[in-house]
Each structure stands twice: as C-alpha cells, then as structure tokens.
Design a protein around this ligand. Structure first.
Ligand SMILES: [Zn+2]
Length: 319
C-alpha cells in the first residue's frame, strides 16, 4: 500500500486529478440516487443534469433544487430509471477509484421500487456492482428518513431484519424533524442484528447533539458530525469512544455549514485524533467526487498530503 501512498501524495502535490483517481479510496457517505455519474446518466437516458451554481440554504432548498434540476421525485420514478441511478453510482465509483462503496436504499423505497421484495432489492444492488464495478466492495446500507414516523419505519423495516447482506443502518434527512431518541428502539434492534450503526448528526445540529445521538443510539459512526470541532469535550468523547465521522467537505460548503473550504473543521477534528473519512455525499449536487474532495482539501491547505493519505488509508481499513 506504501506504493499507493507515494503515488497519492505525489499526485496531490502535482494537483493531478487523473492520478488521484487511480489510487484506491473509500466512499462511506454517499446517497446513491444523487451519487452517480452525470455522464453515465446522460449516456443511458439523454438527461443532462446541470451543476449547482449557488449556495443552498437549507435541506428544503436542496430538495427543491434536486426536484427542479435533477427531477428527483418524478423523472426517475420507475424501477428501470431508478436502476440507472444505481448503475451511475457504481460507474462513478469505478471511474473514481472507489474500492469500498457504502450505499443503500431507504426503507420506504423497498415497496416503491421492488414490490416489497427485499431479495430483489439486494440482488439489484449486487448485480449492478458485479456488472459495472466488480472491483468495488459494496457495503449495503439500510436508510431511514428522519421525518418519517417511527411506527412506519418499523413496519417498512420488518422484511430487512435478519438479512445478512446488509452492513449498516443510517438515519438522514432534516436533523430537526423529530428528537433522535424516537429512533432508539429501531437502533437497538439494528444492533441486535449486528448492523453498523450510523446517523446524520452535527451538520445542522450542535456538538451536544452529536454526543447525545451517539449515546442514545449507540452509534459507531456519524455522518458529517462537523459541529464537534467546536467542542473539546465532544471531540474527546468521539476519540475515547472510537466514533468515526464520515465527512463530506464540499457538501458542507455548498450547504453553507462551513463558510469556505479553507476553514473546513476536518483539520481540527483530524488533528485532535478523531477518526475521520472523506466522502462525496451527493456527487450530482455538489460536484463532490471523492478524488476532488481530497484535492480541494489539499489545494486549500486544510490538510497536508501525508494527513490526507492517512485519512485515505483509514477509510480503507488500513490506517
Ligand atoms: Zn448525507
């Protein structure tokens, strides 16, 4: 792997994106319907998705942008077109040298796209991986939307429990939609099935929200979690409890959570000893493929090439 480290660090120093793409990386925070390749979607459907040309101000603002410019919620609503988005995510991973890709389907989507048949859902994911990105490990995730009533989530989750193909569970969406403790029963059940426990916290919320969420849901990983950088106590807590933060820098800037890339809190978190990884979030919205994320952090002097390589290795389980 040291050979790759040398290649990676020298590619960063040369600001050579094509060479960065050839080095193995992970993407552990990727919402696949928004995580695919524009080129692949265009080739398959003729649909051109524009780049984001402004800062977004809220999750609502982002959903409106996605509805208007990507057509999410109507344009890709059939099984076949939804599958194109999945294929586009694997194509993106392959083109970007992503060797571990953690993606999955929201629990509600099982009924909408797969007729409630979890086996079809699982097979669709693994077949697309094998066909498009056979060298990429798929970590299959179950997604939960924070605004959904817990009773409905529990109903949708029933057919998922006990399926060994799933690696993790993640809670995403509006952090302020309902108190995180509402999800504790779901997470207890997920833990009993051996799933890796993740949730989006500390993107819009506070450092205290992160600690509270980790304690209440017994999380292994937090998606974003950048608010922890403002609190020594929260960072100490994450270090002591070996909680990982899967961070998406460009998303944080484009959603106005961080004022500019130069000041991204991943520097503070990493140098404090917090376990961090670098990820894409939503490639189609933020133009945030993983290689570009590393290069942007390097260009803006946020972290050194050595530090970025340590984070890369950590994401691959080689740290
Ligand atoms: Zn996310």
């Amino acid at each position: 792997m040291s050979n790759y480290s040398n290649r990676f660090m020298s590619a960063l120093a040369r600001q050579d994106l094509a060479s960065i793409r050839q080095v193995p990386k992970s993407d552990l925070h990727n919402h696949f319907v928004l995580g695919g390749s524009r080129d692949y979607i265009f080739q398959q459907t003729g649909i051109k998705i524009p780049s984001l040309d402004r800062t977004l101000h809220s999750m609502q603002d982002m959903h409106e942008w996605c509805g208007k410019h990507i057509g999410l919620g109507h344009r890709f609503d059939t099984f076949d077109l939804h599958k194109v988005l999945l294929e586009a995510a694997f194509y993106q991973a392959k083109e970007d040298g992503v060797k571990i890709l953690e993606i999955g389907e929201d629990a509600w989507a099982n009924a909408k796209y797969y007729g409630g048949d979890v086996s079809l859902l699982v097979d669709t994911f693994f077949e697309a991986r094998k066909r498009i990105a056979p060298c990429t490990e798929l970590r299959l995730q179950i997604g939960l939307s924070r605004h959904c009533p817990v009773s409905l989530l529990e109903k949708w989750l029933e057919p998922f429990w006990g399926r060994k193909e799933f690696y993790s569970i993640d809670l995403s969406g509006d952090e302020l939609a309902q108190p995180i403790e509402n999800f504790a029963p779901v997470y207890r059940r997920a833990k009993s099935h051996g799933l890796q426990l993740k949730a989006h916290i500390g993107e819009w919320g506070t450092a205290e929200d992160i600690v509270r969420g980790v304690e209440l849901l017994e999380l292994d990983e937090v998606q974003h979690g950048i608010a922890a950088a403002g609190s020594q106590a929260a960072m100490d807590y994450l270090v002591e409890n070996k909680v990982r933060l899967n961070i998406c820098p460009r998303s944080n800037v484009k959603l106005g959570r961080v004022d500019c890339m130069k000041n991204h809190p991943i520097r503070v978190l990493f140098r404090h000893g917090v376990d961090v990884t670098i990820n894409s979030d939503d490639v189609l919205v933020f133009d945030s493929d993983v290689s570009k994320e590393y290069l942007r952090l390097y260009r803006h002097g946020v972290l050194s090439a050595d530090e970025l390589d340590a984070i890369r290795l950590n994401g691959l389980g080689l740290g």
